[in-house]
Design a protein. Structure first.
Length: 124
């Protein structure tokens, strides 16, 4: 029975070593990506504030579906602006872009990178 425990312990040690190696590789690759200029915080933040209603900042971060949602809502808002309801749609989408821009710019570089580029959090 002790020999089985010894084999199990060796397997567990090997698994733990593999897990540590994989974690270190992931950490190093994340640090390289973070330091390589792939962090798009400033660009996404400014575009969200200036052109937020068009969803340009979503496209910059790689969120095509969300970018098309914002762009489509803005277009529908402009089309229905003659019915007065469209003005509220455009204003709402612009406010979402403004809020996202402020959030992007107030986060630290590392927090922004982990949340929006690694974690792929599409809204707020």
């Amino acid at each position: 029975m002790s020999e089985e425990k010894k084999d199990f312990g060796e397997k567990a040690d090997g698994f733990a070593d593999d897990a540590k190696k994989t974690a270190n590789e992931f950490t190093n690759s994340a640090k390289e990506a973070f330091n390589s200029g792939d962090n798009k915080k400033l660009l996404a933040g400014i575009l969200a504030i200036v052109l937020g209603q068009l969803g340009v900042h979503k496209f910059i971060l790689g969120y095509q579906k969300e970018g098309f949602i914002m762009l489509g809502a803005t277009i529908i808002g402009y089309i229905t602006a003659c019915f007065f309801i469209g003005s509220f749609i455009v204003l709402g989408v612009a406010i979402v872009g403004l809020i996202e821009g402020i959030i992007y710019l107030t986060k630290s570089d590392e927090e922004f990178f982990n949340t929006y580029q690694v974690g792929k959090k599409p809204w707020f």
